[in-house]
Write a protein that binds this ligand. Structure first.
Ligand code: ADP
Ligand code: 3PG
Ligand code: MG
Length: 394
């Protein structure tokens, strides 16, 4: 068990909090999804309520070690200030004499500052010890709430923990509770739903889940590699030729472990990926010259029934090209089904899957919607995440 923010006396202290404010921005630098900012509000608010001075740090985008004005955190500081209903001081950089002066200039407890993008400095991604020490000088206690970045052994995540007492914020604690503990010790039956674009992205996730789940439902483009192995004609659907062996081995292993694998029995097909293309429901075979872009109605029913009795469900990877409304029915149906499972713990991981569930308005109906993309995949693979491992044990 890792220490959490509750384990520290924060009154009058400077609390250095690593958050993941790597949010999507449009061309006008407006934030298009502030989920990650809102997700860290409980931790920030708690520190303020305890009488701490809060210093926040994050990266944004991939500026590759130099300042890039379009990746400044200033739009984030503005949004955070609106959400908190108090001023958020935007620092000019993340380390250095000037930043120290800026932080010193802040009022005592109750003030909030946001350092500039950590990745403007090349030493962040190098996990440079001196840089980590310079960051640590801004605080008396270090709290990590950046689950989305916890698979990165960077200075603000890993290195900094060598110089300050450390613990998890509420968001990180919740992510560990759902993705870690629930998956280690799931209430049964436990079903995994996997989809998305590639088998190769998810091989280790499937392998890790095979040891824990009762059934795996596979949709999305991923399904076509498996169907191909089974000799199903998939027409022009996207599949991975060099992963046929892996898919075959997974099916074999599932059989040995008595894990049921469900594959689509019908599909929404088109001659090309275009919303104006003529659609057809086909199954189990897809005819030549057509490709599958979503699961079909019989598969929706099959998957729905398979989920009825589940007590734990984890979902990663959309069932079709959900970005196009016409091809989003399968993913919508799965999201809706999970929202109706009153007895089950429902966990959504993966950047696109979380965006998909949110776009349908079901985000509040799930037990947990992870804020991690790459981080939640690595967690589902059973990997130790450096950002979590580095924190002090209780
Ligand atoms: P996550 O980010 O949640 O891990 P992925 O990145 O693996 O999910 O998968 C999401 C992508 O998979 C989406 O962009 C979606 O359009 C694509 N996808 C799903 N089904 C298909 C399909 N049948 N053909 C092509 N792309 C698909
Ligand atoms: C994410 O958005 O997945 C995290 O913020 C990590 O970003 P990165 O992939 O650029 O390290
Ligand atoms: Mg993705």
């Amino acid at each position: 068990m890792k220490k959490t923010i509750r384990d520290f006396e924060l009154k009058g202290k400077r609390v250095l909090i690593r958050v993941d404010f790597n949010v999507p921005l449009d061309k006008g630098l407006n934030i298009t999804d502030d989920t990650r900012i809102r997700a860290s509000l409980p931790t920030i608010q708690y520190a303020l309520d305890q009488g701490a001075k809060v210093i926040l740090m994050s990266h944004l985008g991939r500026p590759e070690g130099r300042p890039v004005s379009s990746m400044s955190l200033s739009p984030v500081a503005k949004r955070l200030s609106e959400l908190l209903g108090r001023e958020v001081a935007q620092c000019s950089d993340c380390v250095g004499a000037r930043v120290k002066e800026e932080l010193k200039g802040l009022d005592g407890s109750g003030s909030v500052a946001l350092l500039e993008n950590l990745r403007f400095n090349p030493n962040e991604e190098k996990n440079d010890a001196n840089f980590a020490k310079a960051l640590a000088e801004h605080g008396d206690v270090y709290i990590d709430d950046a689950f989305g970045s916890s698979h990165r052994a960077h200075a603000s995540i890993e290195g900094v923990t060598r110089y300050l007492p450390s613990g998890a914020g509420f968001l990180l604690e919740k992510e560990i509770r759902y993705l870690g503990e629930t998956l280690q010790n799931p209430r049964k039956p436990f079903a995994a739903i996997l989809g998305g674009s590639k088998v190769s992205d998810k091989i280790r996730v499937v392998e890790n889940l095979l040891a824990k789940v009762d059934k795996i439902l596979i949709g999305g483009a991923m399904a076509y590699t498996f169907l191909r192995v089974q000799g199903v004609n998939i027409g022009n659907s996207k599949y991975e030729k060099e992963r046929l062996d892996v898919a075959r081995a997974i099916l074999q292993k599932a059989q040995e472990k008595k894990v049921e694998i469900l594959l689509p029995v019908d599909h929404l097909t088109v001659p090309k990926v275009d919303e104006n293309a003529p659609t057809k429901i086909e199954g189990p075979f897809i005819s030549e010259g057509r490709l599958g872009v979503d699961i079909g109605p019989r598969t929706i029913e099959l998957f729905g029934r398979a989920l009825d009795s589940a007590k734990t469900v984890v979902w990663n990877g959309p069932m079709g090209i959900f970005e196009m409304k016409l091809f989003s029915k399968g993913s919508y149906a799965i999201a809706e089904k999970l929202s109706q499972l009153k007895e089950a713990v429902t966990i959504i991981g993966g950047g696109d899957t979380a965006a998909c569930v949110t776009s349908f308005g079901f985000e509040g109906k799930m037990s947990h919607l992870s804020t991690g993309g790459g981080a939640s995949l690595e967690y589902l693979e059973g990997k130790t995440l450096p950002g979590i491992a580095a924190l002090q044990d209780k």
